[in-house]
Design a protein around this ligand. Structure first.
Ligand SMILES: Nc1ncnc2c1ncn2[C@@H]1O[C@H](COP(=O)(O)OP(=O)(O)OP(=O)(O)O)[C@@H](O)[C@H]1O
Ligand SMILES: [Mg+2]
Length: 348
């Protein structure tokens, strides 16, 4: 069955801050624009304000005075949640345990006083979309975690929302199931063309799903951009450290070379005055000492099957993380040569 396309919603926040009654400042006044049909992932450590931002968009929370929420350019700040027509998959917004799967999915339509045959048809369609037809008459407590998440998604989508807000929908699931459902959600969001905001702690999930990632830090947007940009050109040290693994080494940039205690790395574009070079594990390779930029000693080697992750001590900083092919063993204390791809070097 084909789902009618919905007109996706453009969402904007203008100076939306949030101070809770007890004085907790959860959000600094925030500006954010989400394009119609876009998937934006909010990523950040616990307590940085992700859920609060979602709740403000949904209408579950009012922003502080002066903050405005705009849907397609129209101010909806005063509009109650029922009128905003956004779907939600929140952990705190649990399924109704005393209803069957089908009743849960049809709930929003019943509240909106849709006709019985229309509800039944839509529920069937959603059961099919989420591939849970055989579960229609089960109670919620008879479902696995992954099945519950499918029901939650089906319930949120049943009312044809113009935007979908998902708050860590997969966190409670085991890794394999999470991967599988993440793929399905990705496919679903693209097929429906719906605007989506997806909150997660998991950066792999953020990279996979987001058209853009918004990295949050202490109630502020530290950076917002496509996954590649966030990963390759982090705007701040916080973003650099939060996303992926970042190596750092101290030295001085001089005449197109970055000179460190462990050796020198060619770096033509080093900004003047640079005293620290940052680079990702995939931009370092283990090479013969003759070709090495840096030398260090192996402090740990983890065999990961398809590759080996080495921790190499080169200076007083934390050991460098280096990924290398898994064809040979590395001994603790072994000296290795490292070569760094200059294109991967960053200064912050
Ligand atoms: N009702 C409330 N009253 C007071 N403080 C609150 C309330 N709700 C949230 N906070 C605080 O606001 C801050 C942001 O909370 P929020 O739930 O948005 O974080 P989060 O980024 O979603 O974190 P997590 O990843 O742990 O879910 C936290 O310091 C939290 O303790
Ligand atoms: Mg949260």
């Amino acid at each position: 069955m084909m789902t009618d396309p919905v007109q996706p919603l453009a969402i904007a926040l203008s100076r939306c801050g949030k101070t809770f009654a007890d004085g907790t400042r959860a959000l600094e006044p925030l500006d954010l624009e989400i394009k119609a049909g876009e998937t934006v992932v909010f990523l950040g450590p616990s307590g940085c304000g992700k859920t609060t931002t979602l709740r403000i968009i949904a209408g579950l929370e009012d922003p502080d005075a002066g903050g405005r929420v705009l849907f397609d350019g129209v101010d909806v700040t005063a509009q109650p949640i029922e009128q905003r027509n956004v779907g939600m998959v929140f952990q705190s917004y649990a399924l109704f345990p005393n209803m069957t799967v089908a009743e849960n999915i049809g709930y929003g339509l019943r509240v909106r006083r849709a006709k019985k045959p229309a509800i039944a048809a839509r529920v069937d369609e959603m059961l099919g979309m989420m591939r849970i037809e055989p579960l229609a008459d089960r109670r919620i407590d008879q479902l696995s975690g992954g099945q519950r998440q499918r029901v939650a998604l089906a319930r949120a989508l049943a009312v044809r929302p113009r935007a979908l807000l998902l708050d860590e929908p997969l966190t409670a699931l085991d890794a394999k199931l999470r991967d599988a459902l993440r793929l399905e959600i990705d496919e679903l969001l693209r097929r429906l063309g719906i605007t989506a905001i997806y909150v997660t702690h998991d950066q792999a999930e953020a990279m996979a799903l987001g058209d853009r990632i918004a990295v949050m830090d202490h109630g502020k947007m530290a950076q917002i951009g496509p996954p590649r940009e966030i990963y390759r050109r982090p705007a701040t040290r916080f973003v650099a450290d939060f996303i992926g693994t970042m190596n750092r080494i101290s030295g001085v940039a001089r005449g197109g070379v970055f000179v460190t205690d462990a050796g020198a790395v060619p770096w033509l574009e080093a900004p003047p005055g640079t005293t620290e070079a940052l680079f990702r594990p995939e931009d370092v390779t283990v090479v013969d000492e003759g070709q090495a930029h840096l030398k260090g000693s192996v402090v740990a080697a983890f065999f990961l099957g398809d590759r080996t992750r080495l921790f190499v001590k080169v200076d007083a900083n934390k050991p460098l993380v280096v990924e290398t092919d898994a064809r040979r063993d590395y001994a603790h204390g072994e000296t290795v040569g490292l070569r760094i791809d200059p294109r991967g070097l960053m200064a912050l």
